[in-house]
Design a protein around this ligand. Structure first.
Ligand SMILES: NC(=O)c1ccc[n+]([C@@H]2O[C@H](COP(=O)([O-])OP(=O)(O)OC[C@H]3O[C@@H](n4cnc5c(N)ncnc54)[C@H](O)[C@@H]3O)[C@@H](O)[C@H]2O)c1
Length: 274
């Protein structure tokens, strides 16, 4: 998996078209991960080099990640999937509206490829080059494993799993992705944020505070939303709608939210900038 952030430019992109395409896809996936961060892009992609993008999970983050990916020339959103029809419709409308406002309406080209249900991810993955995964994290290992088996590049949101079973699946699939030369980026966006990157340099390259002997991090937040139970809704539908409040789907607060800060602590204490 990668936190690669090298911008694409004629000087750092080689002449091999496959390499170019891989670098370009990494860039597109990294943009999706760098929520709302102003990253300059210069990808030279033409004609048949179009990257077919698919989004699984059309909620808040998924819509944002799709819109960010579409800022990269050559990317086109051609498929969306969600557990619920209304979430799919709402998310797709938001993405379309935002892209039209930005003068990039042609980058959203979703016609028939709209998939609904808990198995919707399969058909979506089969039909695209780059998969954006922004569902509740409990499903992540299954989606990631399927995408890697299908040979697809992936941007997936944090956290990547919620339990040991999922962790083992993710690690195995990540190894397979590396072996296949697939690009994988995770939405731990601190790694793309200039203030953190500068701080890392000051600590590790300039030795500003000497050796780190201990570290602490906090996450202060308010209670996440609760969606009221609807008549006729199954228990499964209710839990998936309210995934923040069910550990099998969210991993609970530490895994779901504090993962960002745990990531920063591991990054700074280890000194490993990869
Ligand atoms: N990196 C960040 O800063 C950041 C910010 C917000 C959210 N996130 C992460 O993004 C993920 C989604 O969060 P969100 O706030 O967008 O939640 P959300 O509830 O707004 O969106 C999740 C969407 O996934 C759909 N869904 C649920 N199960 C599904 C399944 N099995 N298959 C297909 N679709 C399914 C839901 O219907 C919903 O539309 C979480 O892992 C969260 O931690 C990351």
């Amino acid at each position: 998996m990668s936190h690669e952030t090298t911008p694409l430019s004629p000087s750092n992109v080689g002449s091999d078209p496959l390499t170019n395409r891989r670098k370009f896809i990494t860039r597109a996936a990294a943009v999706a991960g760098a929520a709302a961060l102003p990253i300059e892009l210069s990808a030279q992609v033409a004609g048949s080099d179009e990257i077919k993008v698919g989004l699984i999970g059309c909620g808040g983050r998924g819509s944002g990640a799709a819109a960010q990916t579409m800022t990269v020339d050559g990317c086109r959103l051609i498929a969306v999937a969600d557990a619920f029809q209304d979430r799919l419709d709402g998310g797709l409308n938001n993405i379309k509206g935002g892209m039209e406002k930005a003068g990039r309406g042609d980058r959203v080209a979703v016609t028939d490829k709209k998939y609904v249900g808990l198995d919707a991810y399969k058909e979506l993955i089969d039909n695209v080059d780059l998969v954006l995964v922004a569902t509740p994290p409990g499903f992540r290992p299954i989606h990631f494993e399927y995408a890697v088996n299908a040979g697809k590049h992936v941007f997936m949101e944090k956290p990547v799993c919620v339990d040991a079973w999922g962790y083992n699946k993710i690690i195995k699939a990540a190894q397979a992705a590396d072996e296949k030369g697939l690009k994988v980026v995770v939405g731990l966006q601190r790694h793309y944020q200039n203030v953190y990157r500068e701080a890392f340099k000051k600590v590790h390259e300039e030795g500003m505070i000497g050796d780190i002997v201990s570290a602490q991090a906090w996450w202060n937040g308010s209670r996440p939303w609760i969606r009221e139970r609807k008549p006729g809704q199954t228990e499964m539908e209710y839990q998936v709608m309210n995934w923040y409040h069910f550990a099998w789907l969210s991993g609970d607060h530490i895994s779901e939210q504090h993962v960002h800060n745990i990531d920063v602590i591991n990054w700074f204490v280890s000194g490993n900038n990869e």
